[in-house]
Design a protein around this ligand. Structure first.
Ligand code: PXL
Length: 273
């Protein structure tokens, strides 16, 4: 409609999922669902579908920087999320830009491995996240496996809210303002634990029974970035993003897109009016 306000802009630095369920594709849908204009800097192209990852082709780190700078030099980016960064060199490049203050409201989803078990980060990625990128993040959103890898623990030892809170606090000491440890994938409940300047907040949730859960982590961190671009404070953004993903999971539970793990319903298509 003429006269509608210009939407805010968010940037996703992430990999492409050819199946359309995760990665940059999930991020763009999550931004759009929030009426936020999405921009992207692709870090890698993956050949995958709902059932398997067949190949990962990382892009050269300087070309990732070129994409990020092309976006930042022209559009008024209000928030940034990172997903799969693919190589330690790309993590370093993103960390350098963040350290120089160019990535506002930075949400880091420290993607290390796909839910199907495929490695999505090469080499010493964990060390570079810990030393360089997480200290610059406003929000980090590790799942239980990533929280275990980043705090050098066994995932079996992270299955209680108390252990998740300790891991979140340990990661916060690196300099990240808010750490959200996501229980969804492995625990019976789908409780998330947030550590922030005001202490620990537990976001309780019931698990949505569905196999269509591909890209939930990508969608959550993108929805947090979208809410930050719209002006939310971090805790409100995380709560709203969690509700958004839960609605998406409920909406797509009956979908049959491919033989494996399908996407969530980002746009509320399954909601009857
Ligand atoms: O969900 C993690 C993830 C992120 N980015 C890309 C992916 C995946 C998982 O498969 O493919 C491109």
């Amino acid at each position: 409609m003429p006269g509608d306000p210009t939407p805010p802009v968010a940037l996703s630095i992430a990999g492409s999922d050819s199946g359309g369920g995760a990665g940059a594709q999930a991020d763009l849908k999550s931004f759009a669902a929030h009426r936020v204009h999405g921009t992207t800097a692709l870090t890698a192209v993956t050949a995958q579908n709902t059932a398997e990852v067949r190949g990962v082709f990382p892009l050269p780190a300087p070309f990732v920087r070129l994409q990020i700078e092309a976006v930042l030099d022209d559009l008024a980016v209000r928030s940034v999320k990172t997903g799969m960064l693919a190589t330690p060199d790309i993590v370093r490049i993103v960390a350098d830009l963040a350290a120089s203050g160019r990535l506002p409201h930075l949400v880091v989803d420290p993607v290390l491995v796909s839910s199907s078990g495929q490695a999505l980060m090469d080499g010493d990625g964990v060390a570079v996240y810990l030393e360089r990128l997480l200290p610059c993040a406003e929000v980090a959103t590790p799942n239980l496996r990533e929280a275990a890898a980043l705090t050098n623990q066994r995932v079996e030892d992270l299955m209680t809210v108390e252990a998740m809170a300790d891991a979140a606090e340990a990661l916060r000491r690196l300099g990240t303002t808010y750490v959200v440890v996501k229980g969804g994938h492995l625990t019976e409940a789908a409780d998330d634990v947030v550590a922030g300047p005001e202490g620990i907040t537990v976001l309780a949730a019931t698990r949505v029974p569905t196999g269509n859960d591909h890209g939930t982590g990508c969608s959550l961190s993108a929805a947090i970035a979208a809410r930050l671009a719209l002006g939310d404070d971090v805790l409100s953004a995380v709560r709203a993003a969690k509700a958004f993903v839960a609605r998406g999971l409920t909406g797509s539970a009956g979908w049959r897109l491919g033989a494996g793990h399908g996407p969530i319903d980002h746009f509320g298509w399954s909601v009857r009016s």
